[in-house]
Design a protein around this ligand. Sequence first.
Ligand code: ZN
Length: 70
Amino acid sequence: MGVVRRRQYCGLCGQLMFEFYRSPDGHFGIVDDVSPYHDPARGEIRCPICSARYKLLERIDPTGVPVRKV
Ligand SMILES: [Zn+2]
């Protein structure tokens, strides 16, 4: 129960991209300031190290992650 704090790593290079709060209903909020790597118009976020692009999901997916590789 309650909100859980998790870390999201880049699937390509393993870099920590951001931490997020996950609520039981699948919604999430990013803890860190990711504005340099976030493209709100496309709904995408980039890895700060290797620039891999990820789609930010509206909710956590069944595997527990808030992003999907573009
Ligand atoms: Zn990366």
